[in-house]
Design a protein around this ligand. Sequence first.
Ligand code: PCA
Length: 207
Amino acid sequence: MKKILFTGFEPFGGDQTNPSWEAVCMLPAQIGEIHIAKRHMPVEYDGVASLLEQAIHEEHPDAVICVGQAGNRSVITPELVAINAKDAPVPDNAGVSYTGDPIRADGPAAYFATIPVRDIVADMKKAGVPASLSYSAGAYVCNCIMYHLLDLLNLRYPQIKGGFIHVPYSCEQVCAHPSSAPSLPLELIAKGLAAAAATVGNSLCTE
Ligand code: PCA
C-alpha cells in the first residue's frame, strides 16, 4: 500500500481560515489503495523545513503534496517549479520578512515538481474541478516549503515524489469579509486534491 503525505497551512494575512488545511482535512484516510497522511504547517519561512523533514521521517510517505492558498486565483493550480528565493512585501506569521534572499545559499536555482503535474491538471478537470498548471508559486512561504521539500527529497529521499498545489479562497472565506476575489466551494477543492492523490497514486503504482 502506498502513502501520500498532504500538508496544509494555518491562516495568514488576516484570514480566519486557510482552505488548504480545511480541504486537506476533508480528505478520507484512504483513497483507492492509497493511504493519506496529513500535517498542519505554520506560515513561517524558517519553521517549515524541519517540520516537513520530521513529518517525512515519521510517515515514510511515497509522495508528498504540500497545499497552500493563492487568494487571487480562480482555479486549483499545481505548481511546476519552486525557485531558490524568499521575497515578499509582507512578513510571515512569525513577523519575519525577506527581500530577495536565497532559501539555501548554495542550493540550485530551482527545482521542478516530481509529481505528474500535467496529468493532475487533466484528471482534476475530468473530475469536474477547474484547474490549470502554474509556472510560479511566488516567493513567499508556499514557494519556500515547495523548494525545501524538493531539496530534501533530492538530497535525502530520492525515491519520494513531491510537489505543491495552490488552491483559491473558499466561498466561506470570501463571504466572511466582502471581497470580489474568486473562490471555490471547499468540497470542490477537496475533490480536486482527491483527484490529485489518485493521479499520483497511479503514477507510483505504474513505476
Ligand atoms: N499561501 C501562502 C503561504 C501560506 C499559504 O497558504 C503562499 O502562497 O505563499
